[in-house]
Design a protein around this ligand. Structure first.
Ligand SMILES: NC(=O)C1=CN([C@@H]2O[C@H](COP(=O)(O)OP(=O)(O)OC[C@H]3O[C@@H](n4cnc5c(N)ncnc54)[C@H](O)[C@@H]3O)[C@@H](O)[C@H]2O)C=CC1
Ligand SMILES: C[N+](C)(C)CC(=O)CC(=O)[O-]
Length: 527
């Protein structure tokens, strides 16, 4: 259905979302709440479910755990979360109102009409609907120009894509404002040019779902096998490239034309029952439910959500390093989002001389655990490196400084492992300037396990100030040196005996193991 672009009557939207309202706080509404909250946006919720606060709270807790593993970038101060007894109270003052009530046209129309009647003129109203047409949803609204579909993907707090679909009465600037306003939350709004039931993603998913149901109905395989075929093959591909880019490659050097030439005829072969719709009768529902129960023995939905989130965090981080480190797809979006968070943190923190860095806290994620069941050694250096970056940003050596052509490079590190960190442990890094001069910066970090305050590692590092273009050392500007001096004066955290200036002392093998070739302390020490 062609969207006719109505005369622009929408009130101008705000520069960024300061307050969001979520009407419906279930699987998707809860995900929106978490996405907005963790972007520093206050969120008001209306949901008549007696357990709404618990359910939303559990989704937000999952999201916080996922973000702690996803990024070291400093999230803004979390928004305030409030629950209300009416839609009018919930949407009061909200810039973005997201409707996520059950997928029923009558219910959505009535809820949207109630929202539209009380929302302030500049508010945008989005619906999470999986497939209802925006023109039908906005048909009875007083201000339809500000309404659109904002269809997300579960989990909303980790999957960044939102399909933005206008109806016949939606103003063009509403679509533009919606996409712009989502950006600071780390989401990627994509405008769908024409409205159609289920938009783009869900039409593709529906095709796959229908074929999958036939395969189970016809006893070709069971649900676990079908899921394995997806997740051990093209499911991995789709995490980093879509259908057309994947098939372009599948065409070999001749690309898409060859692919279409070779596999085009198959479209007429009985490779799918797509146009037939399986009858989800009681017997088939029972079979699918029984097979799904067998596939997920001992795994609650919350546990499956946590496993899903850990997997998605790992995929997103891998994609962040894609394309030779420039980031690829959702990983590039994550890298850009993080840069925005660092810039925002630098801008709001300022870099006055007294700005000692707050201790850095990180949670040990599954991908950090090795075969010994504890945090593996190179992750200690990652945390120490993040702690160094934390100090550098606090003295003004942030992204803008680096992009201006100078930086500090680490040239020597001494890392001591004094304890273990296990999955889920929170580690805190406290840092101190040990010494400095015009070009050198000598840092010390202490890593402690939050649960018991035990020191699990220390790092002593020497950094050199460099001119990035030449790659040669260069004196740091006085403004930077002044801030370093202020940090050095803080003299915290405490340095214990033997914490710094260490060298690794060689070992001496037992006499019975010594041979003329065996290096011993004195011989290897002589070099
Ligand atoms: N579950 C999914 O994977 C996805 C769902 N969606 C869409 O999101 C919308 C919500 O779906 P889910 O979150 O899955 O459903 P859900 O059943 O998990 O949550 C719906 C929530 O709406 C609440 N509710 C019912 N009547 C209400 C009213 N009058 N006012 C306020 N809240 C009310 C319910 O108490 C419930 O908490 C649907 O339109 C769905 O198509 C979109 C993307 C993915
Ligand atoms: C199954 N579903 C139609 C509710 C799926 C969606 O709407 C999007 C998603 O998260 O898969």
């Amino acid at each position: 259905m062609e969207n006719k672009t109505p005369a622009s009557t929408a009130a101008p939207a705000r520069a960024r979302i300061t307050k969001a309202a979520c009407v419906g706080g279930g699987v998707i509404g809860g995900g929106w709440v978490a996405r907005f909250l963790l972007a520093g946006i206050d969120v008001a919720v209306f949901d008549p479910h007696p357990d709404a606060e618990r359910i939303v709270g559990e989704v937000v807790a999952n999201a916080e755990a996922a973000y702690a593993a996803l990024t070291q970038a400093p999230l803004p101060k979390r928004g305030a979360l409030t629950f209300h007894g009416s839609i009018a109270e919930t949407v009061a003052g909200a810039d973005w109102i997201q409707e996520s009530v059950p997928e029923r046209l009558d219910l959505k129309r009535s809820v949207l009409a109630e929202i539209d009647a009380v929302a302030h003129p500049g508010a945008l109203i989005g619906s999470s609907t999986s497939g209802l047409l925006p023109s039908e949803l906005q048909a009875e609204l007083q201000h339809p120009e500000r309404f659109f579909v904002a269809h997300p993907y579960n989990p909303v707090y980790l999957l960044p894509l939102v399909e933005i679909v206008g109806g016949r009465a939606t103003a063009p600037e509403t679509i533009r404002d919606a996409i712009r306003l989502l950006e600071p939350t780390g989401m990627k709004g994509v405008a769908i040019d024409k409205e159609i039931e289920a938009f783009v993603g869900d039409r593709l998913l529906e095709a796959l779902w229908r074929e999958a149901l036939w395969l189970i109905k016809d006893e070709i395989c069971d649900v676990e096998t079908l899921d394995d075929v997806i997740r051990y093959s093209f499911g991995l591909r789709w995490a980093q490239m879509g259908l057309f880019q994947t098939y372009r490659i599948a065409g070999g050097e001749a690309g898409m034309r060859h692919f279409l030439g070779q596999f085009g005829p198959a479209l007429k072969w009985p490779w799918t029952k797509l146009t037939d719709v399986v009858d989800l009768d009681e017997a088939l529902v029972d079979r699918i439910a029984a097979q799904s129960d067998a596939q997920n023995v001992g795994l609650s939905i919350r546990r499956l959500e946590q496993i899903r989130d850990q997997n998605l965090v790992g995929i997103l981080q891998a994609l962040k390093g894609g394309d030779d480190g420039r980031g690829w797809g959702a990983g590039k979006l994550l890298a850009d989002f993080e840069q925005g968070l660092w810039r925002q943190a630098a801008a709001s923190a300022g870099t006055d001389d007294s700005n000692a860095p707050q201790p850095l806290s990180v949670r040990v994620s599954p991908s950090w655990i090795d075969y010994n069941g504890h945090m593996t050694e190179h992750r200690y250096l990652q945390v120490l490196g993040d702690a160094t970056d934390h100090v550098l940003r606090s003295i003004g050596v942030d992204l803008a400084y680096v992009e201006a052509g100078a930086s500090y490079y680490t040239v020597e590190s001494h890392l001591r492992h004094l304890g273990e960190a296990r999955l889920g442990d929170t580690i805190t890094a406290e840092s101190r300037v040990l010494s400095f001069d015009g070009k050198r910066l000598h840092l010390f970090h202490r890593l402690t396990r939050e649960a018991d305050g035990a020191t699990i590692a220390t790092g002593e590092h020497m950094l050199l100030h460099v001119d990035r273009a030449s790659g040669r050392t260069a004196p740091a500007p006085a403004t930077i040196l002044r801030r370093i001096a202020a940090l050095a004066a803080a003299q915290a955290p405490e340095i214990g005996k033997g914490d710094t200036g260490r060298a690794i002392r060689p070992a001496t093998p037992p006499a019975e193991c010594a041979t003329p070739a065996t290096p011993t302390a004195t011989r290897s020490h002589r070099g």
